[in-house]
Design a protein. Structure first.
Length: 77
C-alpha cells in the first residue's frame, strides 16, 4: 500500500530496494539518499522524483535519518 501511494505521488515508503528495482531503475521512484541502516535489515525511503524537492519529504527524510542514527548509536553502546 505504501508503495502504491508513493507511485501516485501521495506519500513516501520505506522498502527493501531489491523488491522495487524496476521502479528505481526507471525513475518512477527514487532513493533520496544512499544511507542504509545496517542492522540485519535494510530499508530505503522512496518516492516519486517529482517530490524530491518537497519540504515535507525533506523533513521526514531528515527525521528518519536521525532516528536510524540514534538506533545505530544505541546499539553500539
Amino acid at each position: 500500500m505504501d508503495v502504491a501511494l508513493a507511485l501516485q505521488g501521495e506519500g513516501v515508503a520505506m522498502v527493501v530496494p531489491t523488491f522495487f528495482q524496476d521502479e528505481l531503475t526507471s525513475g518512477r521512484l527514487i532513493r533520496p539518499f544512499e544511507h542504509v541502516v545496517r542492522d540485519g535489515r535494510s530499508y530505503s525511503l522512496i518516492y516519486p522524483k517529482a517530490r524530491s524537492k518537497s519540504k515535507k519529504v525533506r523533513i521526514f527524510r531528515d527525521w528518519v535519518i536521525g532516528e536510524a542514527n540514534a538506533i545505530h548509536r544505541s546499539s553500539r553502546a
